[in-house]
Design a protein around this ligand. Structure first.
Ligand code: MG
Length: 338
């Protein structure tokens, strides 16, 4: 007999510890979709934290999931790889909805099999890289204060994209010896990126994330050649099909479950990136421990992690992977509701 399931959807409003600002705007609170999938005695959780930058909202995610209710509830979960292949076609462009379904399916499957996913995949939790902690944009003084509050984190990701980017990094370097990474969130030109890379390299920055807007991908060939630092694609690295064209334009890719549609497409992106000699990073949106824990399951496959979404919020409805000063401790079990 096929293993079938029932599902329910809830919207949780995650509250941010600090107003979070990047080059595109600010937020104090963010809604996410939690998908609970039940089969027999087991309940698996999935999550989606959709971004309007990719044309998705919690409403559009709920709508896509409801539209596929019959498919979801009749899917044979014993053969979930095939279910997710079909889901990928059914959900089409709604990668955020696919992400909620894919992560719930993986969580439920691993519970039914009795081991967390990292163990089923044969991954060594000791190989999960240290995650960065993100400092959002603010006045330079406030960013220095936020960094002081975060001094227990050995790797810091700094949001940039202002007319005082170098001033910010200089000021932060004066108070910290942490590894720095910077994210321009598409705000620079090719010339700016190449020029800024030189001083950023001398300030001990490790890499630059998405310096140019995604449509300027051809200019990235020059940046890739002339930048003093590696450049990592984020807004240019959405789904697996994006990866081949990033070789020769970026040194690495930032994979986010909600951009690509969950763990299955994320693993496909990892494999494609590796085949092309690209480095691999996992990032996140503002997310609860459901989605952060899902990404952490395959954390050992990445070179760099930026999985801090659940430590930037004050009302995480779940408990899962534990962030100990940037070190991600994978649970022996699964995420639980608080
Ligand atoms: Mg980014």
């Amino acid at each position: 007999m096929k293993a079938r399931s029932t599902f329910s959807i809830s919207i949780e409003r995650l509250k941010l510890r600090h107003t979070f600002t990047i080059a595109r705007g600010s937020q104090d609170e963010t809604p996410v979709v939690i998908l609970s999938l039940r089969s027999g005695d087991h309940e698996g959780f999935g999550e989606s934290s959709p971004s309007s930058f990719y044309g998705e909202t919690v409403e559009s995610v709920v709508e896509s999931l409801e539209r596929e209710r019959e498919f979801i509830e009749s899917a044979d979960l014993d053969h979930y790889e095939h279910v997710l292949e079909e889901a990928s076609e059914r959900f089409g462009h709604s990668r955020a909805a696919l992400c909620a379904f894919d992560t719930a399916v993986h969580d439920l499957a691993s519970r039914r099999l009795g081991h967390p996913l990292w163990r089923l995949l044969g991954l060594d939790p000791a190989r999960v890289p240290v995650s960065s902690f993100t400092i959002g944009l603010d006045s330079t003084e406030r960013m220095v204060e936020k960094l002081r509050e975060a001094d227990r984190y050995p790797v810091i990701k700094i949001k940039l994209g202002t007319d005082r980017d170098l001033e910010i990094v200089r000021a932060l370097r004066e108070v910290s010896q942490a590894t720095f990474r910077v994210d321009a969130n598409c705000a620079w030109s090719a010339e700016e990126a190449i020029e800024k890379s030189r001083e950023l390299a001398s300030l001990g920055v490790e890499f630059i994330e998405q310096p140019l807007p995604p449509e300027a991908i051809d200019d990235m060939e020059r940046v890739h050649r002339e930048s003093a630092l590696p450049v990592v694609a984020d807004e240019n690295a959405v789904v697996p099909e994006d990866v081949p064209k990033l070789a020769g334009r970026f040194h690495g890719i930032n994979i986010k479950l909600v951009k690509c549609g969950g763990l299955r497409p994320a693993r496909r992106m990892v494999e494609t990136a590796r085949a092309l000699g690209l480095r691999v990073m996992y990032g996140c949106m503002i997310e609860s421990s459901v989605l952060i824990s899902a990404a952490a399951q395959i954390g050992a496959l990445a070179d760099w992690l930026d999985l801090d979404g659940n430590v930037l919020i004050t009302n995480d409805p779940f408990r899962g992977v534990e962030n100990r000063d940037g070190r991600l401790i994978l649970p022996e079990g699964w995420v639980e509701r608080r």
